[in-house]
Design a binder for this molecule. Structure first.
Ligand SMILES: [Zn+2]
Length: 117
């Protein structure tokens, strides 16, 4: 994951430099546009890789606010909007054994409990 992200980031930078070489008469504004496009692509990519480096997450508190224990339910991917663009994050997912609240760490219980009846 990490090496692939670094490769894609390098490829974006490389593409800008190649474009520049192939367009020797381009204006500063045209070069700025090329750089901006690459930077936009890199921002979300780098953010996603940085989040992935932190692992899949564990609950910050051993218990839910209701006192129930967090029970591991597997892994989930979620699309999240960051200030650097939309990113995919993969996290461990927990459910409170008592009230059914869901937790996608880090963070607080973020999903309303579902009625089991
Ligand atoms: Zn609970």
């Amino acid at each position: 994951m990490k090496q692939e992200a670094v490769k894609r980031i390098m490829a974006e930078a490389q593409a800008v430099l190649e474009w520049s070489k192939e367009h020797p008469g381009s204006t500063l504004q045209e070069l700025e546009e090329q750089v901006q496009k690459a930077v936009n692509a890199i921002r979300a990519e780098l953010m996603e890789a940085a989040v992935a480096e932190q692992g899949v997450g564990e609950p910050l508190a051993a218990r839910c606010s209701c006192g129930g224990r967090w029970v591991f339910k597997g892994y989930k991917e979620r699309q999240v909007m960051s200030t650097l663009g939309s990113i995919r994050i993969r996290r461990a997912y927990y459910i409170c054994e008592r009230c059914g609240a869901g937790l996608f760490p880090p963070g607080r219980a973020i999903e309303k409990p579902r009625r089991m009846e």
